[in-house]
Each structure stands twice: as C-alpha cells, then as structure tokens.
Design a protein around this ligand. Structure first.
Ligand code: EPU
Length: 460
C-alpha cells in the first residue's frame, strides 16, 4: 500500500511528519475528558445565558444566501457552532471572530456541493446548508446530517418542501442532492408534521426563490422567528413566523446586516431546573421570559418560586420538589429538549411522576444512566415513569446525548458525593462554558483529562 504523503512548506515529502502526526492523533485518542461533580451544594447566584444554539445554527447557514458581510452577535461558544463555521470555511466562506461572541461571516464566494461529509454528519443543523445552497444556487449537495440519536429522525418534510419549490431531490450514497432547471420557485406547502428543521430549511430556500411561498402547519418555535427576523434584516420579505402559516415573498438577493441571536431558552431552562433540583436560588439573566413560560409553569407546579423580570427570572426552590406530569409538545408547549432535565428533577420528588415524550420516538437513553445513580425510573412506551423521593447515589455515568448529558449533570449536582460523567463532548455540543457557569453558582465541578482505558488497550 502506498502511504499518502505530506508536502512540507519547501515542497519536500515528509513521511516522518505524517507518522508523527498519526502518533499524535493516536495519543490524542487515548485521552478522554470527564466532568467530576462533587454534588450536594445548593446552586446560588446569577448566571448569564448565551445565544441560542438552535437559532444560531440556521442563521449561520442562512448567511450563505447573502452576498456581503453579516455581523452575527451573541453566538454561543459550543462545538456545533465551531463545526458549522468549519463547514462554511470549507465551502469558501470568510469567517472572522470579532470578540468572544461576535463573528463576521462573508459568504460572497461560497460554492455549492463542496461541504465536508465527515463534518456535516457530526451535527444535525448542517441540514440547513441544503436550503441555503438550493436558495442561492438552484442546486445543492450535502451529506446526510447527524446529531443526537433519538431513533429515526427523517428529513422527508424538508425534501417535500424542496420538491414543492421545484427541486429534483436524490438521496444516494449518504448525500442529499437537489437540482433544478430554473432555481427555487415559490409554492404552497402543507407540512405533514410540525417540524422545526423543515420549516426553517424551506423558509431559507424560499427567501430568494422566484415568487411567493406559503408554509402551512409550520413550526412556531422562537428560533423559527429568529431566523425569519435575520433574513428580513438582510432584505427578505417573510411574514407570519411564530404562527402556523408563514408567507415568504421571494426577493432577488439579500444584503449583509448586523444581527444578535436570541438567548438560549433550553440553556436557561436547564439552569432553572438545576436550581430547583439542588434546592438553590438562582437568577438567570439575559433571557426572554416569554420563551420559558411552559418551563416556568411546570417548575411552579413542582413548588419552585419563580420571579420574572424583563430579561431575567429568579428561581428559588421551596424544599423538596413535588411530583408532576409533563407532556412534551411543539412550542409553546413543554419542549422535548427539556424532558431529560425534568426527569432528573422529578427523581427528587416524592410520589410517581410521568413524562410523556410526544416528539421523538426514542429520547430515553439517559434513563439507564439515572438508574445507575439509583433512580427508580423506567420507560413504558413513550412515557417515562419516575418513582421519586429516594436519595440518589453517585456513580460513573455517561452523557448519552446533549440534553441527556445535562440530565445526569443536574442529578449529579443534586447528589451528595462524587459523580463522574464521561462522553462530555456531547454536552459541549450545546452548552457554553457549562462547568464555569455551574462553578460560579457554587458547584464543586471540574473537567479533567485522563487516559481512556479502552483506547489504551487497543493501542497495546
Ligand atoms: N420529522 C419528520 N420528518 C421530517 C422532520 C421531522 O417526521 O422531515 C419529525 C421528527 O422525527 C420528530 C418531529 O418531526 O418526531 C419534530 O422534529 P423536528 O424536525 O422539529 O426536529 P429537528 O429539526 O430534527 C430540532 C432541534 C432539536 C429539537 C427539535 C424539536 C436543531 C438543530 N435541532 O430538531 O434540538 O429537539 O427541533 O424542537 O434545531 C437539541 O437541541 O438538543 C435538539 C435535539
């Protein structure tokens, strides 16, 4: 087998350099990061919420439609965003970090069909590149997306929308490819399911399509509205975002703008639940309280006291939480992205609580991890049954996915003793500076790097 070579600056092939690189790569692999939580302290103080992951992602990809510079503010420092910028750089975008949360994104010279397959498959939000490439170039080719594993996560509604806009869509060899003779053309689309991803993706493609598009049975989440607001700031003509009918009058082209992403309602909700679970008192700043109404209402049912301000909420736990039942629903219902964290809280409540997961068929992998900590929790069909009230005990656990990872972190913060959480890269996909933020609230929590026994065994 011929070894691939590396070309050095002065043109020499350096196979030693390559083997050194491989050695470093192997060494990198045999280390893993963990979070160690020495729990039991009530969280107290103030925490500042970062920009919304699920709004920032579509807005970053939507900037592909723009010939010119967009200044995007309040971008969270999380790995899904770093990967997305890497994907855009790979297709020709110029991206500059202006300060910790502000980026200048210039997609003037991007081209379609060039995105890195391996990066695209790491995250879910990369599917927005399909709508953006189709809208700008009339064709697109992007690998199938990845993201958290909740069972089957189809993209048939995205495809239905692109086809309605005149695209011929092919999914073969791990790619989604869209072609069209005349570019995207407006049409009326009735979505069969309320899908955040499909609504935003088709809205992005339709923003610069010829003619008018009406999206019916559209998702109403705040991030749908935020993406529409961003596109409108760039010159798009979108109305109705936030209701179930969105009207998009296609415009010829979009111009650059400065836009600040909304705060992350799920990060905020996670800190609210953590405050309640640890018996703490936390003010959560830089939020939009309206986005948190369903979470606030449920936490009040469990006995927490919640004071609302213009851009903050203060959560004070009132003794042991009370049991309750939750059903996840599209916005403004209780978000599926808060289900695992709520389960962790209800493990502390006396009596039996139920969580009915109506959005994703299999968002339950975290349950096994809470059981390792002694929780009496099981899954019955799509319902999580929690017999709460017995104290949890620390155990080595893993982050099964982003929100499942936050659930075990909340359980660990509320449990006396040392809990060790592995696979924390899944938590870092969506929580900005999570350890530092909890530490500032008085938690004893640290991130450590240690050898990975499985990889060391393999290397030997
Ligand atoms: N669905 C279809 N066909 C489609 C698209 C969706 O049947 O073409 C179904 C899904 O299987 C699911 C339901 O519709 O049963 C809703 O899925 P949706 O499309 O709304 O979810 P998504 O776009 O895949 C986004 C967020 C998720 C969040 C959901 C629901 C991003 C990148 N992801 O996913 O965020 O849970 O909406 O609000 O925005 C997270 O942040 O932890 C996360 C998983």
């Amino acid at each position: 087998m011929v070894e691939p070579s590396v070309v050095t600056k002065n043109g020499h092939y350096a196979s030693e350099m390559l083997s050194q690189f491989r050695l470093l790569e192997r060494l990198g692999n045999i280390y893993m990061e963990k979070i160690i939580v020495n729990g039991g302290n009530p969280l107290c103080g103030r925490v500042e919420i970062s920009g919304s992951k699920n709004a920032a992602l579509p807005i970053i990809y939507a900037s592909v439609l723009v010939r010119g510079k967009c200044i995007l503010e309040n971008i969270p420092a999380i790995s899904d965003i770093a990967d997305s910028f890497e994907i855009l750089r790979g297709i020709g975008a110029k991206i500059r970090l202006l300060d910790r949360t502000t980026y200048e994104v210039d997609c003037t010279n991007v081209g379609p069909g060039k995105s890195n397959y391996d990066l695209v498959r790491k995250i879910r939000g990369s599917y927005y590149l399909l709508g953006a490439e189709f809208g700008r170039f009339g064709r697109a080719k992007v690998g199938l997306p990845g993201g958290c594993n909740f069972g089957v996560r189809p993209i048939d509604q995205h495809i239905k929308g692109f086809e309605a806009l005149g695209g011929k869509v092919n999914t073969e060899g791990g790619y989604v490819e869209i072609e069209s003779q005349r570019g995207a053309e407006g049409n009326n689309i009735f979505f069969d399911v309320e899908s955040v991803g499909a609504t935003i993706n088709v809205m992005i493609a339709a923003a610069t399509a010829e003619g008018t598009t009406i999206l019916d049975n559209a998702a109403k989440e705040p991030h749908v509205v935020d993406c529409a607001n961003f596109l409108n700031t760039c010159g798009a003509k979108i109305s109705g975002a936030g209701s179930d009918v969105i009207k998009i009058r296609g415009v010829k082209e979009l111009h650059g703008c400065t836009y600040a992403i909304i705060p992350d309602m799920i990060e905020a909700g996670s800190f609210m639940v953590a405050a309640a679970a640890t018996g703490g008192s936390v003010r959560i700043d830089n939020i939009i309280p309206k986005h948190l109404e369903s979470i606030t209402a449920k936490l009040e049912e469990t006995g927490a006291e919640i004071e609302e301000f213009d851009d903050a909420v203060h959560v004070t736990a009132n003794g042991k939480p009370r049991r309750t039942s939750v059903k996840t629903l599209p916005y403004p219902g209780f978000p599926t992205d808060m289900h695992p964290q709520m389960s962790a809280l209800l493990c502390m409540a006396d009596g039996v609580s139920y969580i009915n997961e109506s959005i994703f068929e299999n968002r339950f992998r975290y349950v096994e991890e809470l059981r390792r900590m002694g929780a009496r929790i099981k899954v019955d069909g799509r319902i999580v049954v929690i017999e709460g009230g017995n104290p949890l005990t620390p155990a080595p656990v893993i982050a099964t996915d982003l929100r499942g990872g936050m659930a075990v972190m909340i359980a660990a913060l509320a449990t006396e003793g040392k809990t060790e959480i592995s696979d924390i890269h899944l938590i870092e996909r969506g929580y900005d500076e999570v350890c530092a933020k909890f530490r500032a609230l008085g938690a004893d929590i640290e991130k450590i790097t240690c050898p990975d026994p499985v990889e060391i065994k393999k290397a030997n």
